[in-house]
Structures are given as C-alpha cells and as structure tokens.
Design a protein around this ligand. Structure first.
Ligand code: ZN
Length: 88
C-alpha cells in the first residue's frame, strides 16, 4: 500500500474513534490557540443557531477540533478530509 492510502485509512480509523464518520463534513475553525485566523479543523456544525460562516467553536459543535497551527494547513486538511468523504 502506498503512503497516501495507508495514511488515509489510518486517519479514517482515528476519526471513527473520535465519533465522526466518513460522511462527516469538515470546516476550518477558530481553535483555542488565540490566533486571528482559523487554524483548526472541526466537523461542520449542524446546529440551526450556528451560522455557516461563523468559524467559532461553541458548545453546540461536535468534536474533534484539530489544531493545525496555520490557516493554510487547516484549509488543506479540511479540503482533503472533505475530498475523502466520497472515497471508498
Ligand atoms: Zn456549533
């Protein structure tokens, strides 16, 4: 198995243990590191009161929040995870 499929499968297993599924949609979010950019990744929040463009994390939001320490990395990880949603 090449590196990417192995890494993808390992992360899928990890995220499954954290309560998400392969259908989970991801977003960038403001985590707790205090930076001014959304440097974290979290599941899209389904709560009606949580505006789609609000990148904050509230009590209504599902875990996990994955800190990436940079916005470009967070945006890339969210895009990768979303691209994998439909992958078999
Ligand atoms: Zn929320």
């Amino acid at each position: 198995m090449s590196a990417l499929p192995a890494a993808r499968a390992a992360v899928r297993d990890l995220l499954n243990t954290l309560g998400t599924s392969r259908r989970t949609e991801w977003r960038t979010c403001f985590s707790t590191d205090g930076s001014e950019e959304p440097t974290g990744v979290a599941p899209v929040c389904p709560d009606e009161g949580h505006e789609e463009d609000d990148g904050s994390v509230y009590d209504c939001c599902a875990e996990p929040v994955i800190e990436c320490d940079s916005y470009p990395m967070a945006a890339y990880l969210a895009a990768l995870l979303n691209a994998d949603r439909g992958a078999s």
